[in-house]
Design a protein around this ligand. Structure first.
Ligand code: UDP
Length: 478
């Protein structure tokens, strides 16, 4: 009987998609794979995207099983940040995870792989004597920064939000403006901040940390971790860089091709700029109109995923499910769709992004720079304009713009309103200016390194094979 690898993602499409992709890699290595999910009462994605994704994956990969833990009711939590709620949700789900894993003993569990919000599940693994790993769905630089947080915390007395223009020094990273840290980390008193400290302090207890990156992209932070600079004086588990692990688009071959891909088929090579903002990104109606005006003035071809505004008049992270599909005619400037019909396509709410970014017609990407989106852009060889909205995306912006030089920043995003002129300027520059061309050349070089990492014999494949061999050789607990 095949040994089982159990994956335990935290809520949210970005986490689920990359965990499932990781799971498929272990399916191919002869393991049974089960993805254990928890149900969040807060919003985790565009309407029904999560359940649609699970049912598509289940039908396309019958050997990949999904198990949903019973719902839990969350205690009152004053933090406005969903990360704090995720910590509660996963803590309360721990006994159910224990029940599930205990009852699955007929198929021996080779390893439990948890998300970085779920380090309490390491206790469950320890109790059942199952090897446990953390899958870090972001990059090695952010991993190094977060692992270093408990140390930085002891050195500072003020919250990041009170440090003004100060820059934070993390081993192996460029200086990060304190204000670019994720929102839940800005206030030391916030439950989200305390949760991060707690979980990153525990992370080194895992048997290994699996990271969705490839080693050549992030030599400095990986070296800093290996040299003991990130968590001095503490033994670190091995770090396995297995990426880029990105959505393969399987399942879609049997379905009707998405309208966005059909449209791209008729566009010239590398001519289209794609705008899409993750599973949770939303803009105010006023911001959508500015983007539309900027795109129109830029004269560029574009493919734009538009979601209903959140209602509160702000841009950022969706805080409640968008109940309806956007009414494009009402939302966008009068006549915009008609005037740009020859060179632009607007799709509602969701597009098969990974496939879009692999399409030869796409030549630029305006993104919120969630890490999956960045990896998908790299694999497609597509340079980026970054417009961070939530989570660790401002940190990713610093890395992409200053360290990796694969992106430029959309100026004005901090103020919550980017002017049409800025959109016009950035989009045109990305597609036509010398800097855009140089950036494309750099992304193409990084794309080659990414593809080599996941080719036969590449370092990411070797890391996966090493994990699989370790688990296969382990004696199962009686
Ligand atoms: N995604 C997609 N279509 C969309 C929006 C998002 O396929 O219209 C996918 C995207 O390809 C990526 C994931 O959702 O794989 C988003 O993950 P990311 O880490 O970029 O951002 P998050 O949603 O976690 O903020």
């Amino acid at each position: 009987m095949a040994k089982m690898v159990v994956l335990y993602p935290s809520p949210g499409m970005g986490h689920l998609v990359s965990m499932v992709e990781l799971g498929k890699l272990f399916l191919h290595r002869g393991f049974a794979v089960t993805v254990v999910t928890v149900e969040a009462s807060y919003t985790t994605g565009a309407a029904n995207a999560t359940s649609d994704f699970i049912s598509r994956m289940s039908s396309f990969h019958p050997s990949l099983s999904f198990h949903r833990l019973p719902a839990v009711s969350l205690p009152p939590n004053t933090s406005p940040h969903h990360e704090a709620h995720a910590f509660d949700l996963l803590r309360l789900s721990n006994p159910y995870l224990l029940d599930f894993l205990s009852s699955s003993r007929s198929s021996p569990v080779a390893a439990l792989i948890v998300d970085f919000f779920c380090t309490l599940a390491l206790d469950v693994a320890a109790e059942l004597r199952i090897p446990s790993y953390v899958f870090f769905t972001c990059n090695a630089s952010v991993l190094a920064a977060f692992l270093h947080l408990p140390i930085l915390h002891t050195k500072l007395t003020a919250s990041f939000k009170d440090l003004g223009a100060a820059h934070l020094q993390f081993p192996g990273l460029p200086p990060i403006p304190a204000s670019d840290m994720p929102l839940p980390l800005l206030d030391r008193e916030d439950e989200g901040y305390k949760g991060f400290l707690f979980h990153y302090d525990r992370m080194p207890e895992a048997d290994g940390i699996i990271v969705n990156t490839f080693a050549s992209l992030e030599l400095r932070p990986l070296q800093a971790i290996a040299d003991g600079l990130v968590v001095p004086g503490r033994k670190m588990p091995p770090v396995y860089c297995v990426g880029p692990v990105i959505a393969s688009g399987d399942g879609s071959q049997t379905e009707r091709r998405h309208e966005s891909l059909e449209w791209l088929d008729s566009q010239p090579l590398r001519s289209v700029v794609f705008l899409c903002f993750g599973s949770l990104g939303v803009f105010s109606a006023a911001q959508l109109r500015e983007v539309a005006a900027g795109l129109e003035k830029s004269g560029q071809r574009f493919l734009w995923v538009v979601r209903s505004p959140d209602g509160g008049g702000n841009s950022g992270k969706m805080t409640r499910a968008a109940a309806t599909e956007p009414e494009l005619e009402e939302l966008l400037p009068e006549g915009f769709l008609e005037r740009t019909r020859e060179r632009g396509k607007v799709v509602r709410s969701w597009a098969p992004q990974a496939e879009v970014l692999r399409h030869a017609a796409v030549g630029g990407f305006v993104t919120h720079c969630g890490w999956n989106s960045v990896l998908e852009a790299i694999v497609g060889g597509v340079p980026m304009v970054v417009w961070p909205l939530y989570a660790e995306q401002r940190m990713n912006k610093v890395l992409l713009v200053e360290e990796m030089r694969l992106a430029v920043e959309m100026k004005g995003f901090e103020s919550g309103m980017v002017a049409a002129g800025e959109v016009e300027d950035r989009v045109r520059g990305l597609m036509e200016a010398e800097w855009g061309k140089e950036m494309r050349a750099r992304v193409e070089a990084v794309m080659a390194a990414a593809l080599a990492a996941v080719a036969d014999g590449g370092p990411s494949i070797s890391a996966l094979n090493e994990l699989a061999a370790t688990w296969k050789n382990l004696k199962s607990e009686p």
